[in-house]
Design a protein around this ligand. Sequence first.
Ligand SMILES: [Zn+2]
Length: 231
Amino acid sequence: MQSLNVNDIEIQVERKPIKNLHLSVYPPDGRVHVSAPLSYLDEKIILYINKKWAWITAKRKALTSFDIQSPREYVSGEAHYFMGQLYRLKVIRDGRFPQHVEIVGDYINITVRPQAEPQHIEGVLYAWYKDHLTPVIAPMVEKYSEKLGVAPEHWEVRKMAARWGSCSTAKKKILFNIELAKKPKNCIEYVVLHEMAHLLSRTHSKAFRKILDLNLPNWGQIKEELNEFPL
Ligand SMILES: [Zn+2]
């Protein structure tokens, strides 16, 4: 296999008897691979890669940042995000104090009992996330209740699979994913507005998008930031 250096990234090039050029970015390290027709000259491939550069960088960023963050072991030194800031975890095993979490400089200090298992530490950390995320979301819900003229009957923060939030339009009930505690506040605000807009439109209709445009004009950009931000 041949390799080309484009914008300081090594691109693996494989020539095959195919008709069109095919570009892939692979986990876990964001390796870029190109399958190219036999007749294609390097120049033509480089031109194509440059055209796709924004897509390549976004894809690499998403893949590699996810890889760095996962899986979590809840040990000292591990990187964890909170409200968009990167912290290091410091696990303090000391039975003399009640278990608790506090931010000290660039560290999230978690005090637990000497025998605490990773799963237990995770639980303590997530309870803390919930305690902090709820009062961040509350004024946002209030703000958009006024702006949209509709309020949820009930909302809460909880662990959710795969989605940032959900809204039951009929029951006027909104759930927010606890993972949002790791995200920057503008991303949290976008999710709040998104779910609250579903109180007015169940689907991602034209009317729905208009609500977003009107209340958070750069929502598209924030949505991208949210999905690219490491977990
Ligand atoms: Zn939606």
